[in-house]
Structure formats: C-alpha cells, structure tokens
Design a protein around this ligand. Sequence first.
Ligand code: MG
Ligand code: ZN
Length: 388
Amino acid sequence: MKKILFCASLILILGCKATKEVEKIKEIEKIKEVEIVKIEPEKPVIKNVILLIGDGMGLSQVSSSFYFGATEEPNFTRFPYIGLSRTSSASHKVTDSASGAVAFASGIKTYNGAIGMNTRKEHIETIIERVERPDFMTGLVATSSITHATPACFYAHVTYRYKEDSIASYMPKSKVDFFAGGGLRFFNKREDGKDLLPVLSQNGFKVDTTALGKIGTLTTNNKYAYLLADKGLPSKLEGRGDFLPNATKLALDYLSKSKDGFFLMVEGSQIDWEGHASNVQGVVQEVRDFDKALGAALDFAEKDGQTLVVVTADHETGGFALSPMQVRKQWQYDNIQGSFYQNSKSLPSAAHTATLVPVFAYGPMAESFAGIYQNNEIFHKIIKATGW
Ligand code: MG
Ligand code: ZN
C-alpha cells in the first residue's frame, strides 16, 4: 500500500513537474516569438520608382561629369549602391536601345529592334501595363521623340523600332498619365493622314506642343502630353536648356499626387547620339544635363522616403575613353581628353559597345542592386522590391 501511494505521489510530482516544464518551455517560446517579432527589421515600403536611363552611358561617360566643368560633386556620388549590368540582347552580344529597353520595361531579353515584343514577336506586358492599383500613375520623359526606342518599350508593341507612326498610335489608350519629349510629327504628320492629337484629348490628355506646364498647376483629373519637337528635342549644344531636369520636376510634382504610387522613366536620350557622332563636348554636356535630372529625382526621393531611384544605361556608345593628352609625343597626365574608338575613315560612325554599364540605386531596397547581373534583372529587382 505504502509502495503504491509512494508510486502514485511520485507520478503526480513528476507529472506536475512535467506540466510545469512544458508551461515553462511554452513561456520561453512565447518570449522568443515576441523577441523575434521585435528584432525583425521593418519591411521597407516602396510606393514609387524612378528609373533614369542614360542612353549610351558607360562608365567613361559618367566619369566625364567628374572632370569637365564640374563646380559641385556630380549627383552620381549621392547613390550608396552601385552594380554592373550585362547588356547583351537575345539576338546579339552588342544590344541596341530597343532590346535594352524591353529588358528594363518587361524583364526579358529580346532581339535588337523589338518594341514591347519577345523573340517570338508576341506582345510582352510592360511595367506600366502590369500594375493594377487603381490610383497608380505613370510617366515618361525623354529628350528624343517619345516614340523613340527607349520610351516606346514602356507602352507600345511593334516588331521594329523605326515604325514610329505605329508606336505613336499606342499612346492615346496607354496607361501613361504624363509624357514629355519630342515626336510631334508621329502624331500629326503621319503617313496614314490621321491626327492623333484630338485622339489624345479624347482619351483624357491635355496636349501642349509649345512648352512644359508650370509646377503646381497640374491636376489628377487630367493626363498630360507635352510634344515639344517634331522629332528629337535639340541637343544641349544646340540650346535645349533645362528641359530634362524641368520635365522631371514637373512629372514628379504631378505623379506624387497619386495615392497608390507611381512609376516614372526619364531618359537622357542624346548621350547616345553624341556618342555616335563622336562629339566629346556633346557627350559631356548631355551627361551633365542627365546628372541634373538625377538631382531632381534624388531631392524628391530624399524627402519622400518611399521612393526607389535606379539609374542605368542600355549600353555604352562609342568606346568612349578619358585619356591624357599627347603633346609632342609626350603624355600629359594632368590634361584629360575624351576620345572614341572610331577614328579611322573606314568606320563612318562610332557604334554601341558590349562593355558592362553601371547601375546606381538609392532608397528602400537599393542594396539589391549591388553586384553584376543581366540587364533584365533590373526589372525583376524592381518588381521584387515593390511587390508590383
Ligand atoms: Mg534611347
Ligand atoms: Zn545608339
């Protein structure tokens, strides 16, 4: 009997002990859970993305802004994370701007010349078409025609980049809310005789072919179309002025009214053109102008705190180099000059090159842009960061 009692009490004590242990463990686990929740970093919220593309802007083009006429540090220095993009297309080691832009706009590699098309010549959804949020807004700014390869890949789907009339006809019904650039003739002096300016108006655009609007006067009841040249805008050397930074500021002033965030693409289109023309001063001025647009984007993002800014190029143009000058067969290491690989009569103009191009990132999730990756990864990094 005593034995039985002893056994029973032992079981009871041990049992009690066991339940107490379990409770203790549960308590510790609870504390741990609380601790885990506490130490997990807050997920950064990205509302807006500004993608700035310097067409033809390799590292030497970027570097030129550090050497020529810079009175302040270039805005490139404000980016904490830098990566390198591998630019080859699906069809060629040396890409063109069309397939380069499809990589950013739709996340795939395609053939040179494609506008919003994959290698099977099927329409491929763009980042602008993809986002379903009701009050989401989008904008495009370029110093080329707005129907030129780079901006076109964000809203149009045609088999070949030079069909700019066809590209323009995608704009009225596109999800673009704001655009500024050249290309008026592809809307109102078309081969099919149609005038797309009234069609833009019917689709909610306020069209202006004379000047950018004033900051603070744009309202979300309207979309805005600024077509300020027949084809490309004048170059910086020809007196374009501050169109690019001003259009960037105006776009941000308007798009930031969106409740669900925005996507803005800004292109320094003519860095590439001056590269093709082997015009050193032209390249320098176009990069400095693009740098001003970066300043506008970064000033906005710094204040906003929910904006990711990504800057890159589709490819490098011209094999641009910053070399010491040579005077009487002597290198002058303190005198820098720009030059292009094309300097013989057998090559009529400098072409695109296959060199890796830089990627600069600022804002929440900017760290994910460090490293070396394919150009179409830029799209996927943006989608991953934003949840779009
Ligand atoms: Mg371009
Ligand atoms: Zn080019």
